[in-house]
Write a protein that binds this ligand. Structure first.
Ligand SMILES: Cc1ncc(COP(=O)(O)O)c(C=O)c1O
Length: 466
């Protein structure tokens, strides 16, 4: 695809077609790739009915991940998540959902009028973060809710924790229920012996992989992998055309083509170098006195995610990321009150890992331990759901202060962003635990995202009688 794109755009055909920039880099300059930017034109195939060069790229992805069907996505993992959930459920179905899912999963639940039954992920107190979904909880909920039509979970999590997909799929299939995995952070899994397996290879029916997050593909590139007879491919195609643009970027798709080519040819070499860089990094930081770097080299953790805990020190995760930014020229992926995450990939350089380990060693020397440091546990019980999210759309609402909202029905999503796990969802009862959590997160400077009114103005609640 990439070669065809270059040949076409460097040829002499005059473009009386979109895009409107007409690849006129004489007029628009060369700093953006106008000269390569086309969408579906003659002989370039159709993303939503792939039969030519797009199908060829899909075949490369199927070979790379060893699965039945792959579909390139140009609108991020988000569009794949919306389409996949809509394709595996009917309007109003009940679904089993990990509570630490991304907001796109909650949007899919709302759009398809689904009834969510939540499973809480496990909690690691030492690092104050959520980890995996316990397969036994999946079994318990499926036994209790015989009408569940799909299991939906995120693995790896934002922090890199990988659930036992093989066991979860085995249990779910024994109830004849398909498993959808949001693998937005796991496109690099299964491509080398050093990392956990990819979800569909372990028995998940369908998974979305965020190519742009952990592999060399341009921002917004993602992939939908299917490996199961439980998935209706026609329905999936139909839903992809609902949620994905009808003008796909060939720059984005070519970047996926190049990514698959690179991995099919060189993945062993690239992952070996990556692995060695990671091992060297973890060795460098293993003797830190105050900061703690998470390491568990097993199939339930993606050790390409570097989690740096500031618990029991005199700084927060947010402060650590600021020190790294301002004093060491290092920008991290995310920071929370008690930890930060550095994202890595096969494209990282040895110097990059060295920069980070040197910086952490130096910062660590100046820290003092603080066993009494206040931590706001990220753990939170799931609030009671009074009304399913989609039905709250027709309810009347009003804005009230946080203090007065306890016991009311929220019409608002409130997320700590990152990591983006909802604290409350429309239709749930606001508890004092929820309000305490919000206040504590505000105090520690965490960015709280709401779907309706800014949190400092109050909270949007239902004014309909309970
Ligand atoms: C777990 C998870 N799922 C899905 C998404 C959405 O991915 P995208 O931004 O590619 O649409 C994200 C984004 O951060 C994510 O963290």
């Amino acid at each position: 695809m990439f070669e065809k794109l270059i040949n076409y755009t460097s040829g002499s055909v005059y473009p009386f077609h979109i895009p409107g920039h007409k690849r006129n880099s004489e007029m628009l300059g060369k700093s953006l790739p106008y000269n390569f930017d086309i969408t579906e034109i003659n002989d370039f195939d159709y993303l939503h009915d792939a039969k030519g060069i797009i199908l060829e790229v899909h075949r490369k992805a199927e070979k790379l991940y060893n699965c039945k069907n792959s579909f390139m996505l140009v609108n991020g993992s988000t569009c794949g998540i919306l389409a996949a959930i809509r394709a595996i459920t009917n309007f109003g179905d009940k679904v089993l959902v990990a509570r630490n899912c991304h907001k796109s999963v909650y949007n899919a639940i709302e759009l398809n009028g689904l009834i969510p039954v939540y499973i809480h992920p496990e909690y690691n107190g030492e690092f104050n973060l959520h980890t995996v979904i316990d397969p036994e909880n999946v079994r318990k909920e499926l036994s209790r809710n015989k009408d569940v039509k799909a299991v939906i979970l995120t693995s790896p999590t934002y922090e890199g924790f990988v659930s036992d997909i093989e066991e979860i799929a085995r249990i779910s299939h024994s109830f004849n229920v398909p498993v959808f995995v949001d693998e937005a952070h796991g496109a690099h899994l299964g491509l080398s012996e050093y990392f956990p397996q990819e979800a569909v290879a372990l028995g998940a029916d369908i998974a979305v992989l965020g190519l742009h997050k952990t592999l060399p593909a341009l921002t917004q590139c993602a992939l939908l992998n299917v490996n199961s007879n439980l998935i209706n491919i026609n329905k999936l195609n139909e839903q992809l055309s609902v949620f994905e643009t009808s003008s796909p970027s060939y720059i984005l798709m070519s970047s996926m083509d190049k990514c698959f080519e690179l991995l099919l040819n060189d993945k062993d070499k690239l992952f070996n170098i990556y692995y060695n860089n990671l091992i060297a990094f973890y060795n460098e930081v293993k003797n830190l006195k105050h900061l703690k770097v998470y390491l568990k080299n097993d199939v339930f953790f993606d050790f390409g995610k570097i989690i740096i805990s500031t618990l029991n020190t005199n700084i927060t995760g947010l402060e650590l990321s600021e020190i790294l930014r301002n004093e060491y020229n290092i920008e991290l992926e995310m920071s929370y009150d008690s930890y930060c995450i550095a994202m890595t990939s096969i494209c990282d350089k040895q110097e990059g890992f060295k920069m980070l380990s040197n910086a952490l060693i130096r910062i660590d020397k100046d820290l003092i331990s603080n066993k009494n440091c206040k931590i706001f546990k990220t753990d939170l019980s799931i609030p009671e759901m009074k009304i399913i999210p989609s039905q709250t759309r027709i309810m009347k609402g009003e804005i009230i202060s946080l203090n007065n909202s306890i016991g009311k029905i929220s019409l608002e999503y409130i997320f700590a962003y990152p990591p983006g796990i909802p604290i409350i969802i429309p239709g749930e009862i606001i508890s004092d635990e929820v309000i305490n959590k919000i206040k504590n997160l505000q105090k520690s400077g965490i960015n709280l995202k709401t779907s309706n009114v800014p949190i400092n103005e109050g909270i949007f609640i239902s004014s309909d009688p309970l």
